[in-house]
Design a protein around this ligand. Structure first.
Ligand code: ADP
Length: 370
């Protein structure tokens, strides 16, 4: 039987309509990273973060439509939430305007060892999924771990770790939530969900400060901060509020987000935060039926780019439905399937981050400007 072609897949997908506009998902340019190989089809649907749940039927319809084509063995459509990012984001301007000029908030926080920021050039690349799985992997390596979810545009820690309810407080201090052996706090637990975006920018500054300094974290070896996506002023200000040991950038192999990743690197360089390295997410795809490995998008792009930019490459995570299902179901893969190769990859990346932090601390004595 002749195997399906990319053109046939695209032609079929023109019949799948996005309900709000009535236009096809092809016309709206929602289909990204289409891979067709030996009858196995994979692609991503880029959707606005807030419409992710509402558009799930569209993702399913897209999968079903392609599955019905002759010569198709398997179809995986992944929804990626494209959130407002960078300086064009609505909240970025007020946040920047509210930012103090001096380098505030960079004193060490008692009890907290190293703080590592996880950033990305844009939304939907898997930054939050990666942050949570790395935090859990670090705990698996015996570290006392905190996860601070500062992703104002779409806080995901509550969903990924199954957290809910306002944090306990005595009026002065807040207590972190606990899940799977790590402590966690999310801006999503502090800010009302229906809070208009325009208010969020200024609020994120004080919320981050509060999450860093008013939460009873106890003794923590490593804190992971899930940053808002993007490289605009709001993000830059955030990096100045926390005494960071370093930053990692999550990127898909696609060229576009690599350009964004480069912007992310520059943002951290501007404020003298060491770059611990780049992680390539949705790096390749293993067909669940035939176990054959398929390179998604332009696999290896992040590794090449890391070499070019002279920053460490920390590892790659494949595009796999189990990573999505376990994360979105509140049991990230590192704890849901600790024996899996995916969990192993996250543990290797976690170890690479620890090594990189230790290296940086050895090489770079802290310069104190009086
Ligand atoms: P970001 O924080 O960059 O916006 P998320 O972590 O929320 O991205 O991920 C966006 C979507 O992609 C989620 O539905 C998530 O489950 C899915 N996802 C992330 N990484 C992977 C992966 N390696 N394989 C499959 N799905 C993934």
């Amino acid at each position: 039987m002749a195997r399906v072609t990319e053109d046939e897949v695209r032609a079929a997908l023109t019949s799948v309509l996005e309900p709000q506009s009535g236009k096809s998902i092809i016309a709206l340019d929602m289909v990204e990273g289409l891979v067709v190989k030996d009858g196995n089809v994979g692609f991503a649907l880029e959707v606005p973060a807030e419409r992710g749940a509402a558009l799930e039927p569209v993702r399913q319809a897209a999968e079903e439509t392609v599955k019905a084509l002759a010569g198709v063995l398997s179809v995986t459509a992944v929804m990626t939430a494209h959130k407002p990012a960078g300086s064009g984001a609505p909240a970025a301007k007020p946040a920047a305007a509210a930012a103090p000029k001096e380098k505030a908030g960079t004193d060490d926080i008692p009890g907290i060892g190293s703080i590592v920021a996880v950033a990305s050039g844009k939304g939907g690349v898997g930054k939050s999924t990666t942050s949570v799985n790395i935090a859990l992997a670090l705990a698996g390596l015996g570290k006392r771990v905190a996860l601070l979810d500062a992703d104002i545009y779409g806080p995901s820690a509550p969903r990924l770790l199954g957290l809910s309810g306002k944090p306990e407080t005595d009026g002065k201090k807040l207590w972190p939530k606990e899940a799977f052996g790590i402590k966690a706090m999310s801006i999503g637990l502090l800010i009302e969900e229906d809070q208009p975006m325009v208010w969020r920018g200024p609020m994120v500054q004080s919320a981050l400060e509060q999450m860093l300094r008013q939460v009873e974290w106890g003794e923590i070896d490593v804190m992971i901060i899930d940053m808002p996506p993007g490289t605009g002023d709001a993000q830059l200000t955030l990096t100045q509020r926390a005494p960071l040991a370093g930053a990692v950038i999550v990127s898909t192999p696609q060229d576009l987000s690599l350009i964004d990743a480069r912007k992310g690197l520059n943002m951290f360089r501007k404020v003298d935060v060491p770059i611990l390295g780049i992680i390539e997410n949705m790096s390749y795809f293993i067909c669940p039926h035939c176990n054959e490995r398929t390179d998604v998008f332009s696999h290896g792009g992040a590794r090449d780019e890391a070499t070019k930019l002279d920053v460490p490459f920390l590892g790659e995570i494949p595009l796999d439905i189990r990573i999505r299902e376990t994360s979105d179901g509140g049991h990230p893969i590192v704890v849901a399937e600790p024996e899996s190769s995916f969990a192993q990859s996250y543990r290797e990346i976690a170890q690479a981050i620890l090594d990189s932090v230790a290296d940086n601390q050895r090489q770079a004595p802290k310069i104190v400007i009086q």
